[in-house]
Design a protein around this ligand. Sequence first.
Ligand SMILES: [Zn+2]
Ligand SMILES: [Zn+2]
Length: 170
Amino acid sequence: MKINISQAKKEIGSRQPFVFTLPVNSLQLEQLSFTMISEVTVTGDVVNKGRVLEVAGIIHADAVSFCDRCLAEFQFPLDIVFQEEFQESAMQATDELAEVSTYQGDEIELNGLVEDNIALAEPLQTVCSPDCRGLCPKCGTNLNVAACMCDRTEIDPRLAKLQQLLKNNP
Ligand SMILES: [Zn+2]
Ligand SMILES: [Zn+2]
């Protein structure tokens, strides 16, 4: 998606807000650790900082992933904060910084920025709920939805030996 920046270019300090949505399938993304199930909404501001334009905002989508503990699929909001500086490409010849993003004319193409930020995103939420009880390590029952009869008390190996002795010598 290209955003128009003619307003922001006018003078130092000018701020131009933008918002746009992109269908997920319009983005080129490698395999991710989550699946986006909504359109991607990008909201932000372009601020004229003099030599550069700063583009900052938030990328939002609804996503699903699999819980680290119980392996069930769960939904969560994906919110990625981004900030990037863009330089008018004509100026780049005199600048030694190779790692700077550029634009030409009155528009900035943001798909690359959105794709990069999504690819690097590490969702904060990796479990379906902070108190997810997970799977029973013995029988695999999902303990959020059912109980099982397994003895899951963790015993210190030294105590286990003692327990065994006591059992053998009542
Ligand atoms: Zn879970
Ligand atoms: Zn069990």
